[in-house]
Design a protein around this ligand. Structure first.
Ligand SMILES: Nc1ncnc2c1ncn2[C@@H]1O[C@H](COP(=O)(O)OP(=O)(O)OP(=O)(O)O)[C@@H](O)[C@H]1O
Ligand SMILES: O=P(O)(O)OC[C@H]1O[C@H](OP(=O)(O)OP(=O)(O)O)[C@H](O)[C@@H]1O
Length: 221
């Protein structure tokens, strides 16, 4: 495989938000991320000295790399793992990227109105599971971004989306009607890789656990 060194532990890291929050945590755990910080358009990086190779990918692709054994470890949001029904073995909650799914809409939305609702979301499986649990049959429209537009434009009655600070909901005059699952970034591992490289993988997990504890202590202080 071009650019991939077989003797290294391959870590598929979700690019974007997750990458921004996880790189400082990796560094706190003593992992050199200089190459990622200076990456420009490159997508594969070595951690000098340490036996890690980072692959930067979109969240759903991180699960694909793991499933196909093209990566040993994945760092990805629990939203993606649940939505894509990934059954990779979870070793650690990194306690970053913390946010929550909510049901939101305009002020005049009535969640108890007995009509078949139209729900806009980037997460159709999570949405279906939520409404199935409520015993409600809804129509789901898959939206790729700016999900808040759906109830504002009449495209949908409500949305199921992620909120973190609540700013987007507030600035678009939407209201939260229900809270669904919480989300955070997880470290997952390919089961075969765990057998082959268990020592190296558990060393990494221990280092990260230490860094997470330090982080929480400094938050509490
Ligand atoms: N406020 C938030 N909104 C959305 N995702 C968040 C938030 N906070 C943390 N996350 C995590 O970040 C991930 C999304 O990251 P990001 O927005 O970079 O990717 P994306 O959805 O592919 O966006 P884009 O298509 O704009 O690059 C989610 O899977 C989730 O785990
Ligand atoms: O509660 P907040 O802190 O405001 O964050 C929530 C917003 O962030 C995410 O969107 P994102 O920035 O990923 O944009 P997108 O929907 O266009 O992909 C999410 O879909 C909300 O719109």
């Amino acid at each position: 495989m071009t650019g991939v060194n077989k003797n290294r532990i391959k870590i598929a890291l979700t690019k974007g938000r997750v990458e921004k929050q996880v790189v400082p945590l990796l560094e706190k755990a003593g992992i050199n991320c200089d190459q990622i910080r200076q990456k420009k358009r490159r997508l594969i990086f070595d951690s000098p000295v340490q036996p890690y190779e980072f692959i930067l990918a979109k969240g759903p692709d991180v699960t694909t790399f793991l499933e196909r054994g093209a990566a040993d470890i994945g760092i990805v949001g629990s939203d993606i793992l649940v939505e894509h029904r990934s059954n990779q073995y979870e070793l650690l909650d990194l306690k970053t990227g913390e946010c929550q799914f909510v049901l939101a809409s305009t002020n005049d939305f009535d969640p108890n109105e007995p009509k078949r609702k139209i729900i806009g979301t980037k997460y159709p499986n999570i949405t279906k599971k939520y409404f199935d649990r409520l015993g409600q049959d809804v129509e789901i429209i898959k939206i790729e971004g700016s999900v808040e537009l759906a109830p504002l434009t009449g495209l949908a009655d409500a949305i199921v989306d992620i909120t973190e600070t609540g700013t987007t909901i507030k600035e678009n005059n939407l209201k939260i009607y229900d809270y669904l699952d919480k989300v955070s970034t997880r470290l997952v591992v390919n089961r075969m890789s765990l057998k082959q490289h268990s020592k190296e993988i558990y060393v990494l997990v221990d280092k990260l656990e230490g860094a997470i504890k330090d982080e929480n202590l400094s938050k509490e202080y």
